[in-house]
Design a protein around this ligand. Structure first.
Ligand SMILES: [Fe+2]
Ligand SMILES: [Fe+2]
Length: 143
């Protein structure tokens, strides 16, 4: 075993982030295949596009965690697909809000620990999550 390059707390937070990313990746792709109706037809490609972005986030965070000396979790946070399109997007908007709050904390902690690379990684991911949140917020206005 290599000795870890980050605090236990930061590595735990990276694993919580991975669990979230796996969750929303599966959640969005299942919403992509399950959403129905004319509005669902208009939105389904957004779910797929975001699902792929979330899986890439999981990969990037896992790569960083392995570099730091940790082991990435394979367990997602609970996946909630929702029954109607509106319900789906309401759930997703909340999940993006949770991710934004958490990633801000990770950026803060990485900064405190002088870990510039983890900080930069999460600044990029945070920008994606803000874009997702903005998109879901806009879509909800029409539902
Ligand atoms: Fe993400
Ligand atoms: Fe996202």
């Amino acid at each position: 075993m290599k000795s870890p390059k980050a605090s236990k707390r930061l590595m735990e937070m990276l694993n919580q982030a991975i669990a979230r990313e796996i969750q929303v990746s599966v959640q969005y792709i299942w919403q992509h295949v399950q959403c129905t109706g004319v509005k669902g037809f208009a939105v389904r490609d957004v779910f797929k596009k975001f699902a792929i972005v979330e899986m890439k986030h999981a990969e990037e965070i896992a790569e960083r965690l392995v570099y730091l000396g940790g082991t990435p979790t394979t367990k997602p946070e609970p996946i909630r697909v929702g029954n109607t399109l509106k319900e789906m997007i309401q759930i997703d908007k909340k999940d993006e809000e949770g991710a934004i709050a958490m990633y801000r904390k990770i950026i803060e902690l990485a900064r405190e620990e002088g870990d510039e690379v983890t900080k930069q990684l999460f600044m990029g991911i945070l920008a994606d999550e803000e874009e997702h949140h903005d998109t879901f917020t806009g879509l909800l206005e029409d539902l």
